[in-house]
Ligand binder design. Structure first.
Ligand code: T1G
Length: 691
């Protein structure tokens, strides 16, 4: 019978089966919670029922609390009250898990008396990814059922474990046969009845806690081991404190402590930022301007031109997704070197246990090397990753135009160049698109999909779908200098370069950005990438500090010297040589160096980035402010707990941003002339989120 729109109740023999069907992921919405509570109470009151199964239809068991309800007034039964109904049921409740039992979903399963899952299922408490902690008893129950050490790992990593691993650690009791979950769950419920098994409450189980009692070092060692990963984030420490409480406090007091810390995190801007990122990543994959029924072109075979660092990494993405790749180089040596590097990357991954050793040959088997572009004639998609020079790119595309089959997608991996200009070298500009990968291309999640003025809608749709297929976060951007990410990076470059001439040191600039939450500072990143990227020794003219350092052979980390000096372990130290170059160059420019405060460094860099993001939005190069955020979080390491440059600006308040820009413009010139979009939004009392 229908309990409500999303919950049904049926009795098979003496087992009640409570089924939830609330697409897309059976999130624990108000309706779901109300329906499940009502159905459990019906089963408890039904004399024909001895035990009950809680199961979901569709793609997954409950994937957590309904994040769209966050910030809204609670509606009964809250998740915690639903849990009390289940946990205090006088008849056994069996949670039947498939798909991904996550967050509140797994916490609901933890108050069932038994848990069964199909082998393909996964279980996890990913709240930390939302700047939260498992706020429905997860921090108090999980340690009781898997032990403190595993609970700390699971809840601070935020990634799910397989059903097999969950069974081994005691998180689930039985594995069902794949595709037989409902039947096997009913059979388990019947066995629990027949064997008169106890109503096991996780809250009463403490045997797994005993192993950690009197060992406070478990927590401090864990903090130390993860200090780098947790730096700046509030949620991991809150989770650790809640797990410590399982040893110090009775269960109910532990639950109160958990609720207190959960509320603090939920009210914190870090959680708002991370929830913003969660939804923005998914929003970025949608192209609002495309019709829903736009055809997606089949990509059965891919061609990559250039087997260097970028080309090799790009090729790996497709091999990893099981798509055959023909990799073209200009000569045998370069080709074999490229293939050898790819194999080496796979072997390293296998050695780290992140892929099966036998998969190395499987993936290499998908890669065909060639020194003839003619071998790309049957590819559905061809991506060039050749030297970053417009003439070279145009020549490659003109040749591709003669070779590629009709309907093939021709893509360029250029970082800065004008793709309309590249497309004009072909007779099919509407088949040209930018696929801007970030180095290392097989690792970095971001993929800027660059549409030109002519790119056909189906090619945009296919490229965006392909991003998801190869595990990337695709963001559709317009054609223009640096697209979105590199254009904002150029704004940051400009201010950082100016600041070190005016008196700041590179290490002071880097510390400000590191303390803000970036994984590394600006100059450290430039040393890592290489100061000679895009530098031409033939035309160099000591026009700026970077050129002078290059002319001195200081190309960055790879030459053990750039802005920093590097030892054999690549540990950096501020370089007196680089500092002297900066001071001499400043003197030649007639700049009288001064003390520059950290506050000025942060203001000038961050507000210049925000202003450039606003210009990008105003010009339509990005269609959403959240897309700009996703580009900078996934491509450049903007700290996730600050939500991205546009989210961060909204947190400051656009009126404040506008005032700061005007003050910076008065002090430092036109680079800070406020974007008209910011002025319009302030006048309308809106933020970037409304743009
Ligand atoms: N609430 C609401 N909507 C959700 C959702 C959720 N928990 N999870 C996913 N969606 C939507 C998503 O926005 C998208 O919508 C669609 O479902 C498909 O998602 C008390 C407080 C489950 C692994 O953090 O990790 O429980 O764009 O594109 O790649 O302690 O979604 O189609 O309109 O990601 O197959 C904890 C978050 C919540 C899990 C599926 N749970 N979700 O991945 O599809 S907090 C989570 C995911 C909590 C308790 C705390 C993934 C997925 P649309 P998708 P997918």
């Amino acid at each position: 019978m229908k309990v409500n729109d999303v919950v049904t109740y049926a009795v098979e023999g003496s087992i009640a089966v409570i089924t939830v069907n609330s697409p897309p992921v059976n999130a624990l919405s108000n309706a779901v919670r109300q329906g499940v509570a009502s159905a459990v109470e019906t089963a408890i009151g039904d004399p024909a029922v001895g035990a009950m199964v809680l199961i979901c239809e569709g793609r997954t068991f409950f994937a957590g609390a309904d994040i769209t309800e966050f910030g809204k007034p609670p509606v009964e039964p809250t998740l915690r009250n639903l849990q009390l109904v289940v946990e205090n049921a006088t008849k056994p409740v069996i949670a039947a898990i498939h798909g991904t039992a996550l967050g509140g979903g797994l916490e609901l399963a933890l108050v069932a008396h038994y848990r069964i899952a199909v082998p393909s299922a996964k279980c996890g408490l990913p709240e930390v990814n939302l700047g939260l902690l498992p706020g429905a008893g997860g921090t108090q129950r999980l340690p009781r059922i898997v032990g403190v050490a595993k609970a700390l790992d699971l809840m601070t990593a935020g990634s799910p474990v397989s059903a097999k691993a969950a069974k081994e650690m005691g998180l689930i009791d039985e594995l069902a046969a794949e595709g037989q979950l409902r039947a096997d769950a009913i059979a388990l419920a019947q066995r629990v009845l027949d064997e008169d098994r106890p109503l096991l409450k996780v809250r009463d189980r403490t045997e797994k806690l005993d192993a950690a009692r009197g060992k406070p070092e478990i927590f401090d060692d864990f903090r130390k081991a993860n200090a780098r990963k947790f730096r700046g984030f509030n949620a991991p420490e809150a989770i650790i404190r809640c797990v410590e409480a399982t040893l110090d406090l009775p269960f109910d007091e532990g639950m109160t402590f958990e609720r207190q810390l959960f509320n603090e995190l939920q009210a914190d801007s870090q959680s708002a930022a991370q929830r913003h990122v969660f939804f923005s990543e998914r929003q970025a994959a949608k192209v609002d301007s495309l019709p829903a029924d736009i055809p997606i072109l089949p990509i059965a075979k891919v061609g990559v031109i250039g087997a260097g660092t970028m080309g090799g990494g790009i090729a790996m993405n497709f091999a990893n997704a099981g798509i055959p790749v023909t990799l073209v180089e200009t000569n045998e040596d370069a080709l074999f070197r490229g293939l050898r590097i790819i194999r080496g990357n796979y072997e390293t991954t296998a050695r780290k246990g992140k892929m099966k050793p036998e998969d190395v040959d499987t993936r290499m088997g998908l890669l065909t090397g060639s020194i003839a572009m003619e071998d790309l004639a049957d590819c559905d998609l061809i991506i060039e990753a050749v030297f970053e020079q417009i003439d070279v790119k145009r020549e490659v595309f003109a040749k591709l135009d003669r070779i590629a089959k009709p309907g093939a997608i021709l893509a360029t991996n250029t970082s800065y160049l004008d793709i309309d200009d590249i497309a004009a070298a072909t007779s099919r500009p509407d088949s040209v698109v930018g696929l801007h990968f970030f180095s290392p291309a097989n690792v970095m999640k971001l993929l800027e999909v660059v549409r030109t003025k002519d790119t056909k809608p189906e090619i945009i749709a296919t490229a965006m779908k392909l991003a998801k297929t190869i595990g990337k976060i695709g963001v559709l951007v317009g054609n223009g200098y640096g697209f979105v990410g590199n254009r904002i990076l150029a704004a940051r470059n400009g201010q950082a370069d100016q600041l070190i001439l005016e008196g700041a040191t590179p290490w002071a600039v880097d510390k400000v950005l590191y303390d803000f939450g970036f994984a590394m500072g600006h100059f450290q990143m430039r040393d890592l990438v290489g100061l000679d990227v895009g530098w031409n020794p033939k035309t160099t003219s000591s026009a700026n500090v970077r050129e002078i350092l290059n002319e001195m052979g200081r190309h960055g980390q790879k030459t053990k010297g750039g802005f920093y000096d590097y030892d054999e372990n690549r540990k950096q130290t501020p370089s007196p040589v680089a500092m002297q170059v900066i001071e001499d160059f400043a003197a030649k420019q007639g700049i009288v160096r001064r003390d520059v405060s950290d506050a000025e460094i942060q203001d000038r860099i961050l507000f210049a980035m925000v202003n450039e993001g606003a210009r990008i939005l105003d010009e339509g190069i990005a269609s959403r402010a959240s897309d700009v955020d996703i580009v900078w979080i996934t491509g450049y390491g903007w700290p996730k707990y600050r939500g991205g440059p546009m989210f961060w600006a909204d947190l400051q308040g656009l009126p404040t941003v506008l005032d700061r820009l005007k003050a910076l413009e008065a002090a430092h010139g036109a680079a800070f002339a406020p974007s008209p979009l910011i002025e319009r939004l302030v006048a309308q009392g809106k933020g970037f989120k409304d743009a």
